[in-house]
Structure formats: C-alpha cells, structure tokens
Design a protein around this ligand. Structure first.
Ligand code: SF4
Length: 413
C-alpha cells in the first residue's frame, strides 16, 4: 500500500496511464492525417454515431478537467473574459477557450503532442447545459468546422416515449447531416456494435462503483475521478470494456480481502455535484485523515447507463441521454439521492456549490435542506468551483469539513 498520497493505490491505474497516452497520441496523429477525421463531442453527447462513422473523438470537458487538475485554469480564464466570456460562466469552458487563445494545453507536457486535436466537426448535446453549445461554437468559428447539436427536453420528471422519439429524430437528422457534409454512409451494424460496447463499459463501470456498497468501501469518489476516464473518452471501444473488466476483478478482490479505500473507514459520505479539480488532493486527504470515505457520488454515476438490449441503437442513445441525472427535475434528483444514500449506507453528504456550474449544483433551491429534514442526515454545503480556484478557500473549507465530521461524531455519542 502506498501512503505517499494518502490513498490506497489501485494497481489497474498503471494500465490507465498507457491507455490515455495511446489515446491522445493517436488523436494527435489523426488530426495531422488527411485520411482521418476528428470530431469533438460533449461528455454525454452522441459520440457513438461519430465512432461508428469513423471519426476519432475528443472530449473537451476532459481537457477542461485537466486544466483544473493542473491548477492552471485561473491563469487562462482572463483571456476568455477578454474575449467576451463572463468570468462566472462555466470554468471548463472559459479555461479551455483561454488556454486555446494562449496556445497552451496540458497534453503538450504530458504526451509531447501539439495540444488539442483540430476538429473537422463538433457535436454537442444540451442534455447537460446550454454552455456546451457556446463553448463548441467558439471552436467551430476558430477552426471553421461544422457544429451540430442535439437539444433534448430538459428537467424531465418522467421520461416518456414521446421524449425519446423526439431526441431519436434529432440524432437521426444529425446522422444525415454528417453523411451529406462528409460524403459518408452510416454503417448501422457498426453502430449497433459501438453502442453494445459503450453500454458494456458503462455497465461494468456501474459494477465497479457498486463495490463501494461494501464496508469498508474498496473504491472512493476520488478513485472514481481517476478511473472514469475510459468510460468517457473511450466509450464504444473494446479497450474500455477490457479496462473495466480488469478493474472490477481488482475491486472484487479488495472486497474479499476487506481492503478499504480509507483503511480506518469510520464514516461513509456522499459527494453531490462537481469535483473540485484543483484541490482534489487536499480535499481527499482531509477526508482520509478524518477516516471518512466518500463511498458514492452523483458525478461518477453520470456515465452509468442502462444496458443495451440489442434493439434500436438510436433509441438507446436517445433514452440514455435524457435519463441522466443532470437532465431531470428536482423531485427525481432528490429521489435518486435518497436511493443512493440507502444503497451505500451513507451517513452524511457534501453538496458542492460549484460557482460556475449551476447546472450540476443542487444546493441552490433547498434540496440539501429538504434532505436534512426528511432524513435527519447532516449535509455540508461546500462553496467552491470545478476549476477556478478563486472561488475556493482551502482554509475555510477544511475547517468546515472538520466541523462536519465533528457533527457526525456528536450524533454518535
Ligand atoms: S455541466 Fe457545468 S461544468 Fe459541465 S459543461 Fe455544463 S456548465 Fe460546464
């Protein structure tokens, strides 16, 4: 066990480093090869149609997270602000736009490549937020590339057949537009294969997450933030499926051996909302020191889709894309959280109030308070941001987390 970073290192992570290097180096090669095409896609967008049509797919949100984790977002955001983007709008978007204006990418240092791959096409879905439309439009103008989008109904309670049919039609129209623009033909058998792989990786990912229902939890939210990369950027590939099969074996072994992500696990917590990428280490080590494991989160579950039954791949894509948590109404979200708290034996929850992402923040309209009252559960609302450190006070947050754990201790006495 390595304790240098105060976490129990997962061996499969060695493989992840190689996978990510191969993925980004290959994307770089695709961008400079006139015979290949690169598409950019949002993280819960219709990437399967792009893969099935032969595009190499890049996910800018992953790049935004890298900028945050490298603690360089705040240096680049002012460049986006100078270009007319509000400093309080999505810091993934503003840091990514600013970094592109500065000609910087963490991919240069990590993989020795030129940076983000130049897109031939950009595809978004507003199932998560409208910001992605503006974000992708910036790069569409910059690279003179087509920008196509799916705009599903949002804030859904019940997901009806009419909602699914509406989105399916939009995705089908997108396929036709891509076929016309790039003189391509969709191979529907290939799409079915890609969707089956996408679904398989997602199902395995869910199984990995669910191992944390065990006490001690073998896998924490902070582990999830590292290991979720393939289910996002390699969705629809055999490589991602193989990766999660290996990871699941390791996690099941941990369960059998009683190995916990936090060895002296005392408290089981839930993380609601976006990660705080620039402060992950400080925050994770604080919980580690307090013997508290973040056993489950909404964020890591965002890529856990229902299995594909082998039927209509477009219908599966449409349905899974609008059923995601972020696209649901308050009552559905609250019911999801109650269910998760029960399933994972959660004793307290952290709601991250991410200042530049109201879309994936659920502490703004009373939900934390309603859950406190309904469940009698301590809930801490932590102010911060996914990427912009200017919205996060380390000292204040650490004090708040300590006081929160004391509150849990006090309830036990
Ligand atoms: S969901 Fe939030 S973090 Fe993600 S792209 Fe939209 S505004 Fe940005």
């Amino acid at each position: 066990m390595s304790r240098s970073v105060k976490r129990v290192v997962i061996q499969t992570q060695q493989r992840l480093r190689t996978l990510l290097r191969d993925y980004f180096v290959d994307l770089d090669a695709a961008a400079s090869d006139p015979a290949r095409r690169v598409a950019w896609c949002t993280s819960v967008g219709p990437c399967e149609i792009l893969t099935a049509m032969g595009f190499d797919v890049f996910f800018p949100e992953n790049h935004g997270a890298m900028l945050g984790a490298r603690k360089v977002s705040h240096k680049h955001i002012p460049l986006a602000v100078a270009a007319g983007y509000c400093a309080e709008s999505c810091s993934y978007m503003t840091s990514d736009i600013g970094a592109s204006i500065a000609g910087y990418s963490p991919l240069q240092e990590s993989y020795g490549i030129a940076g983000t791959p130049t897109p031939d096409l950009l595809v978004y879905s507003t199932n998560q937020c409208r910001e992605v439309q503006d974000w992708f439009s910036f790069f569409g103008r910059k690279h003179e590339a087509a920008v196509l989008g799916v705009c599903p109904p949002t804030h859904l309670g019940r997901v009806g057949a009419d909602d699914v049919a509406f989105v399916r039609k939009q995705i089908l129209n997108m396929v036709s537009q891509i076929e016309d623009s790039f003189k391509l033909q969709m191979d529907w058998d290939r799409l079915r294969e890609v969707v089956a792989l996408s679904s398989r990786a997602s199902t395995l990912w869910l199984e990995v997450l669910e191992t944390a229902r065990t006490r001690p939890a073998p896998f924490s939210f902070f582990d999830g933030l590292i290991h979720m990369a393939p289910v996002i950027v390699m969705r629809g590939s055999q490589v991602a499926v193989d990766y999660y099969e290996t990871l699941l074996v390791e996690m099941k072994q941990r369960v059998a051996d009683g190995v916990g992500a936090v060895p002296a696990e005392k408290w089981r917590l839930y993380w609601e909302g976006m990660p705080i990428w620039p402060k992950l280490r400080e925050v994770s080590e604080k919980f580690f020191d307090l013997n508290a494991v973040i056993a489950a989160s909404t964020y890591c579950n965002s890529w856990a889709f229902e299995p594909f039954d082998g039927g209509d791949p477009l219908e599966w894509m449409a349905k899974t894309s609008i059923e995601i948590f972020i696209n649901r109404d308050e009552n559905t979200k609250q019911a999801f959280l109650v269910d998760m708290f029960q399933k994972f034996g959660i004793e307290g929850a952290i709601f991250h109030n991410a200042r530049t992402c109201p879309n994936n923040t659920n502490s703004r309209f009373g939900m934390a308070q309603r859950l406190r009252e309904e469940l009698g559960m301590p809930i801490l609302v932590l102010d911060g941001d996914l990427s912009d450190v200017r919205f996060f006070s380390t000292a204040q947050s650490m004090t708040n987390i300590e006081a929160f754990i004391e509150q849990l201790e006090g309830r036990q006495r």
